[in-house]
Ligand binder design. Structure first.
Ligand SMILES: C[S@@+](CC[C@H](N)C(=O)[O-])C[C@H]1O[C@@H](n2cnc3c(N)ncnc32)[C@H](O)[C@@H]1O
Length: 406
C-alpha cells in the first residue's frame, strides 16, 4: 500500500479525526458485498469503529478497535476496493488506488463535522459538547461557539471522566467536616492544568462551592501560563505555584489531593503529604513507575523478569499495589479504577482513595455492632494491609519511596 495512504488512515484514526469512510469500486465482481463504510461509535464509553458491510440485500456490522480499524482500511483498499473516500474534521480525501502502491489522492475542504454522523458518539457529559465553556475555549479544546475540536476530543472525554469521578467522591468530601469552607484542594504536578481548571469550573462555577485550589508544577513557563489564564478567566481561588512536590509546605493542608500523571516517585511524595494532612479524598493516576524496575527481583520469577517489558509492567503494578496497601494501612478505602480507555494511554489506573471516618466511642454500625468492634474491624484491616505490604516488599526485595509514609 502507498505509504501516504497508510499515513492518512493512521493519522485519521490515531488522532480521532475520522468522521466517516466509504470504500467502493470493487476489484473483483465476486466479492459478496458492494461497499463498506466505517465510522466512529461510542460504546459503553469506549471509542470504537463500526464497519458496515453493504451486501445486495442486507447490511452487517462489526465493531473494531482503532488498531483493527486501521488494519481493515488498509486491507480493503489493497485487496478489495479501488476507491476510498475519507471524511475527517479537517479535510475530505478521495483516494483512487487502481494501483495500491501508487494511489492518487485528492484533498478537499471538509464537508462533514464530527458528531453529525453518529449520535452514538454523543454521551451525556458533565461539560457538554456544543455548549461554550470558558476555560475549554481559552485552552483551545473548544471553539468559541462551544464545539469541541476533533483533535481534542480525547482530552475532552478525559476531562469529563475526571469530573464524573470527582462527582462520585463529592459526598465524602462534603460529609467529613472537610466542607468547612472553603474546600482546599491541591493538584500536584498540574501541568497545563486542563483538569485543575475543570475542577475549579465544576466545583465553583457549577456547584457554587467555595474552593481554594492550588496547582503545583516544576515548570516555570507552565505556571506562568496557567496563572495568566486563571486571572483572565477571573477564577478567584485558583492559584498556581512553581515547586517540587517533595518540598511542598509540610504545614499546608488539603481536603482533597489530586495527582495525575506525576512521574515516578513524585506520586509517592504527593501521597505521603496527602496522608499526613489526613485529606478526605485522594485521586491519583501514577505514571512512569521506574523506581522498582531497578530493585525488583525474585528467584522464582527471574525467567519472567528477564523480559524487559514484563519486568517493567510487573514493577509498575507492584508499585501501585504497594501504594494502595500503604494507603489502606493509613485508614483509606482504596479503589483502583480505569481512568481513561487503554486505547488512549497505558497510564490509566486511578487510585481513588477516601478516608474512612474515625468512629466515635458511642457509635453503632449499620449491622448493629457496637462501635468498638466496628473500629477494631477496621483496625484489623489496616494491620492486615501493613502485613501484606511488608510481605510483598520482602518477596520482591524492594524498598519503595512510599514506605516513608508514617
Ligand atoms: C504528564 S504531566 C501531567 C499534567 C496533568 N496532571 C494531567 O494529568 O494532565 C506531569 C506533570 O507533573 C510535573 N511534575 C513531575 N514531577 C514533579 C514534581 N516532583 N513536582 C512538581 N511537579 C512535577 C511535570 O512538570 C509535568 O508538568
Amino acid at each position: 500500500m502507498d505509504q501516504r495512504v497508510t499515513q492518512l488512515f493512521s493519522a485519521a484514526v490515531s488522532e480521532e479525526q475520522l468522521i466517516f469512510a466509504v470504500f467502493s469500486a470493487l476489484r473483483k465482481k465476486s466479492t459478496p458485498y458492494r461497499r463498506v463504510t466505517v465510522k466512529p461509535v461510542l460504546l459503553q464509553n469506549r471509542l470504537l469503529y463500526q464497519a458496515e458491510y453493504h451486501f445486495e440485500k442486507k447490511v452487517t456490522h462489526e465493531n473494531l478497535t482503532a488498531e483493527e480499524c486501521l488494519r481493515l482500511c488498509t486491507e480493503l483498499l489493497t485487496s478489495v476496493f479501488k476507491q476510498a473516500n475519507l471524511f475527517t474534521a479537517e479535510h475530505d480525501y478521495q483516494i483512487l488506488a487502481n494501483k495500491p502502491d501508487c494511489a492518487r489522492i485528492a484533498v478537499q475542504p471538509p464537508t462533514k463535522t464530527p458528531g453529525c454522523l453518529s449520535h452514538d458518539r454523543r454521551k451525556e457529559y458533565i461539560i457538554a459538547d456544543g455548549t461554550p465553556c470558558d476555560f475549554l475555549i481559552r485552552l483551545g479544546v473548544m471553539t468559541p461557539q462551544g464545539r469541541v475540536h476533533a483533535k481534542h476530543y480525547s482530552k475532552f472525554r478525559q476531562i469529563n471522566r475526571f469530573l464524573e469521578i470527582v462527582d462520585d467522591v463529592l459526598p465524602v468530601l462534603l460529609s467529613q467536616g472537610a466542607a468547612s469552607a472553603p474546600l482546599k484542594i491541591i493538584d500536584f504536578g498540574c501541568g497545563k492544568a486542563y483538569l485543575t481548571f475543570a475542577l475549579y469550573y465544576y466545583l465553583k462555577q457549577k456547584k457554587g462551592l467555595p474552593v481554594q485550589i492550588v496547582g503545583l508544577d516544576l515548570k516555570e513557563d507552565v505556571i506562568a501560563f496557567c496563572s495568566q489564564v486563571a486571572s483572565e478567566l477571573h477564577y478567584d481561588g485558583l492559584h498556581f505555584e512553581m515547586g517540587d512536590i517533595a518540598d511542598y509546605d509540610e504545614t499546608a493542608r488539603a481536603d482533597m489531593v489530586v495527582t495525575l500523571h506525576a512521574c515516578d516517585t513524585a506520586t509517592d511524595f504527593a501521597l505521603i503529604k496527602a496522608v499526613a494532612w489526613q485529606a478526605s479524598v485522594i485521586l491519583s493516576v501514577p505514571c512512569c513507575q521506574h523506581e522498582l524496575f531497578y530493585q525488583i527481583q525474585n528467584p522464582l520469577h527471574a525467567p519472567l523478569l528477564s523480559q524487559g517489558i514484563l519486568k517493567e509492567r510487573m514493577a509498575a503494578l507492584l508499585t501501585d499495589g504497594l501504594r494502595a496497601l500503604k494507603l489502606q494501612e493509613h485508614g483509606y478505602d482504596v479503589s483502583m479504577i480505569e481512568f481513561t480507555s487503554l486505547e488512549h494511554t497505558a497510564k490509566n489506573i486511578m487510585l481513588r482513595c477516601t478516608k474512612v471516618p474515625e468512629l466515635s466511642s458511642d457509635a453503632v454500625d449499620s449491622s448493629g455492632a457496637s462501635a468498638p468492634s466496628a473500629r477494631s474491624l477496621s483496625r484489623r484491616a489496616q494491620q492486615q494491609a501493613a502485613k501484606d505490604y511488608a510481605r510483598l516488599c520482602d518477596f520482591w526485595q524492594v524498598h519503595p519511596t512510599i514506605g516513608q509514609m508514617e
